[in-house]
Design a protein around this ligand. Structure first.
Ligand SMILES: [Ca+2]
Ligand SMILES: [Ca+2]
Ligand SMILES: [Ca+2]
Ligand SMILES: [Ca+2]
Length: 332
């Protein structure tokens, strides 16, 4: 074989290995680093849905890679409702319960109800491993509480994702908005990520930015067989616009909801987008600032199956590729 051919094959192999392994994920803050979202939000169940939380609970999953064998912790930043960060209604009187589940019944691939995106279903499937209720607690205000240690094998094993754990946050009483974040950590007192782990949800309830410029993102993954997706968003307060970007879409606008309303729309998926993440960008309305805007978003495919939002986008943040458009423009 000629040297030139050998070099060509070597380059090709390097390119292919990069394609198949992809970037190693290692960030487990929830919301994720690339999402640029400040806080998750859950209201006490006596709150008004018009404040931006449709069901007063949220469900998140953590996937621990099967080759990770050490103990780990799920840390909650600002688990209390009171003091800094939280949304007061009247006076602070809200109690919020965080519960960690493992074992059979957690894996959303085998237990549809576990996904927690359809109100009225039993989202508590699995074995309860730890639980704690927080009121207004200065000790945990603007500070972390750590659940754990947990052994990875206490999770629900999924051949694709490894050991899956679930954390449920419920607004058990009161009417205030609890704002908080998670971090999957190897250490109880510091945020030390687990390489290859990820976090995901099927219904994302979060706080929009309180400024004009910052853009929040979420990154659903498009699996094989998806032809179109149905986007549902709730209580967007007519705040700006949702832009959908992918390696194929330069940016298409999706309709947004107003106060206490769901809006839904359909977005076509091109073959070039299958096997990659989409970038949903949330741009704030200009002019008068919409403050303390809490919103909910879900996605489903044409069969009605919910799509996962990953805090660390699978395959990385999608970048629009002009070459796909150029190829498409050529006459057949
Ligand atoms: Ca607080
Ligand atoms: Ca209150
Ligand atoms: Ca809080
Ligand atoms: Ca809202």
């Amino acid at each position: 074989m000629k040297l030139k051919n050998k070099i060509y094959i070597l380059i090709l192999m390097l390119c292919l290995s990069g394609l198949f392994t992809g970037p190693r994920m290692s960030a487990q803050p929830v919301p994720g680093k690339d999402e640029n979202i400040t806080f998750l939000v859950t209201f006490g169940k006596s709150g008004e849905t018009s404040w931006g939380d449709d069901d007063f609970y949220s469900v998140w999953f953590f996937a621990i890679p099967r080759d990770f064998t050490q103990q780990f912790y799920i840390r909650v930043f600002d688990p209390d409702a009171g003091g800094e960060h939280d949304e007061i209604q009247g006076e602070f009187n809200t109690r919020t319960t965080f519960s960690v589940y493992g074992g059979q019944g957690v894996d959303p691939d085998r237990n549809e109800e576990s996904k927690g995106w359809i109100t009225g279903m039993n989202y508590k499937g699995g074995n309860l491993l730890a639980s704690r209720t927080f009121g207004g607690e200065p000790r945990y205000d603007n500070n972390y509480f750590s659940f754990g240690p947990f052994n990875p094998t206490a999770g629900d094993f999924n051949s694709k994702w490894g050991y899956i754990f679930k954390i449920v946050c419920e607004g058990t009483s009161g009417d205030d908005g609890n704002l908080y974040r998670y971090f999957l950590s190897r250490d109880p007192n510091n945020n030390i990520p687990i390489e290859g782990a990820n976090a995901f949800t099927y219904e994302y309830t979060f706080r929009m930015w309180n400024d004009f410029k910052s853009v929040a993102h979420i990154y659903p993954y498009v699996d094989t067989g998806v032809i179109y997706i149905r986007l549902r968003n709730y209580d967007w307060d007519n705040d700006g616009h949702i832009l959908v970007v992918s390696r194929y879409k330069q940016g298409i606008d999706a309709p947004i909801s107003n106060e206490d309303h769901w809006t839904d729309s359909r977005i076509a998926i091109e073959p070039a987008e299958v096997g990659s993440s989409l970038d949903f960008q949330f741009h704030k309305r200009q002019g008068e600032l919409v403050k303390n805007n809490n919103v909910v978003v879900t996605l489903e495919n044409q069969r009605g199956d919910a799509l996962q939002f990953f805090s660390s986008p699978i395959g990385g943040v999608p970048v629009y590729q002009t070459s796909i458009q150029v190829r498409k423009a050529k006459p057949k």
